[in-house]
Design a protein around this ligand. Structure first.
Ligand SMILES: [Mg+2]
Length: 173
């Protein structure tokens, strides 16, 4: 079976880095509890929206992301059972291509380049399972769609959901 796994907000904690960069610049730590249902940029005062939206364009942003807890261990097990592909809409941020490749080399070396799809639209993907945090990617997928919980999607209903990598393990291993 073919399993596609998204990067940002699934393997890599992008949201956390937004909060870290915001704190570095403004000295204020945003409380995740107040971010439910909001993009990171929506969680800050309106005069700082642009600043947060520009984070992903900074050199090094995608290289320095922290792992989502448990992702490495469960991915290693999934890799034994499924044909696992990374699927990231990396072309949105062209500078991210090399950084994402290097990040995967460091944290997911068991997924070789042949199974890393750094792409545009994900509706082109045909396979059995997709794990992603974005409703628009999950809705267009023909197979089993699993929404990985992120602050921005917490209020969304209608998807099979996994809140943690332990829950992914329970579902798929
Ligand atoms: Mg994502």
């Amino acid at each position: 079976m073919t399993l596609f796994v998204d990067m940002d907000e699934v393997l890599a904690d992008t949201y956390l880095t937004h909060l870290d960069l915001y704190e570095e610049k403004y000295g204020v730590r945003l409380d995740l509890a107040n971010c439910k249902g909001k993009e990171a940029w929506e969680s800050v005062p309106s005069e700082h929206h642009d600043e947060v939206m520009k984070h992903a364009w900074q050199v090094g942003f995608f290289r320095d992301l922290k792992l989502v807890e448990g992702s490495q261990e469960v991915m290693a097990e999934l890799d034994k059972k499924y044909e696992v592909y990374i699927a990231s809409a990396a072309m949105q941020f062209p500078n991210s291509l090399k950084e994402k490749s290097d990040w995967l080399d460091e944290f997911f070396p068991f997924i070789p380049w042949q199974r890393r799809i750094l792409c545009g639209h994900k509706y082109i993907l045909k396979g059995d399972i997709l794990i992603d945090d974005r409703a628009y990617n999950l809705e267009s997928f023909d197979g089993r769609s699993i929404m990985f919980t992120s602050p921005h999607n917490m209020n969304m209903n209608g998807f099979e959901r996994a809140n943690t990598w332990d829950e992914i393990a329970d579902k798929l291993l």
